[in-house]
Ligand binder design. Sequence first.
Ligand code: 4AD
Ligand code: MG
Length: 430
Amino acid sequence: MHVYIEDIAKHVGSPVTIKGWLANRRSSGKIHFLQVRDGSGFIQAVMSKAQVGDETFDVASHLSQESAIIVHGAARADSRAPGGCELDITGLELVSAATDFPITPKAHGVDFLMDRRHLWIRSQRQQAVLRIRHEVIDAVRDYFNNLGFVLADTPIFTPSACEGTTTLFPVQYFDDATAYLTQSGQLYNEANAMALGRVYCFGPTFRAEKSKTRRHLTEFWMVEPEVAYANLEDIIELAQGLVVSVIERVLEKKQRELKVLERDTAKLERIAKPFARITYDDAVTLLKSKGLPFEWGGDFGSPDETALSEHFDGPVAVTGYPSEIKAFYFKPMDGRPEVSLSVDILAPEGYGEIIGGGQRLEDLDVLLQRIKDHNLPQEAFEWYLDLRRFGSVPHAGFGMGIERVVSWICGLDHLREAIPYPRMLYRMYP
Ligand code: 4AD
Ligand code: MG
């Protein structure tokens, strides 16, 4: 019977078939140790000449890495094996041979691996990351669905900027129009929230950021909830709940993968609500006291975020960023319009911002002024302004970058490993 490696422990003693690929092989005289993978996991399969006969044993002697094989055998419980089982091989079929698979068990440079990303994802480590990514996404959807949010998709081709005009990717849209790849679904999300109350969108977003940092992709996935009749505090609560439930879920379901990644899970187990809180004003004072050259009005760079998150030794919610450095749609604080009702949540261990959001400006006249101040074309925003003309209410929301979260949970050095095919300033291949 065909079984997946992840389920093999349920089939101990009975004959099973595994359909997969050869990840690695060691041989010693009359025994081959084949490390077989099938996408669901890896297992050590032991082949003895006495059991399979000369012909099959000889085929296995010449099997090269990543050859596609079907293996028949019996699962045997082995407490030392990562999946709890090994396989005693009774038969083997070669489906197709692979010659000179370029990614061998030896160490390779990052550029070499990135050029072969389509093959690199077969490695145990990369599979572990992608499986955790899957779990993160699944947990995000469950979190919002269980709270009663409605998934309402927002467009990718958009006529105007959401987060600022400097990081837009233009696309020729038929003969005489330019579309821009969306930077965020937020503006449409706000319209959806006025229709459906509590909504989220979840899709790819694009930023033409010329920054070559370990935290920036030009294409990344973002989940964005938006809630009518909510304020800044409400969405900070919502955001904390989201982060905690995603972490709990990965800890519950992805121990095997976290082990492959050698992640120190104690650091994740400590994550609990409520998160540390600090205002932007106090953060500036704190950074200065740590000797960082930071002035009120600036945006935090990576070293600043790292210093803040290290100080709190856990996630921290920073509120009240200067209105100047935030997008046009933020509501200013009552009595202190230079401060916006904004929040960023910074992950610990130097991972920096994972969530950004805040309360939206619901007043038509102030919003019109902000659109002018930001030199945005009012015509393009007429539909958005309608939300303030027809039953405007306080509302708030945020966006969480999936790759940032995956990178943090997996303990990665760079966002490029947190998505199957990363898009960056200098990389669009494969
Ligand atoms: O802080 P940002 O720019 O917020 C927005 O786009 C809001 N419109 C969201 C909202 O309120 N609905 O981006 C949100 C998150 C960041 O906290 C970060 O996790 C991620 O998106 N992010 C990136 N991830 C990877 N590469 C980039 N270049 C990113 N830029 C932002
Ligand atoms: Mg941000």
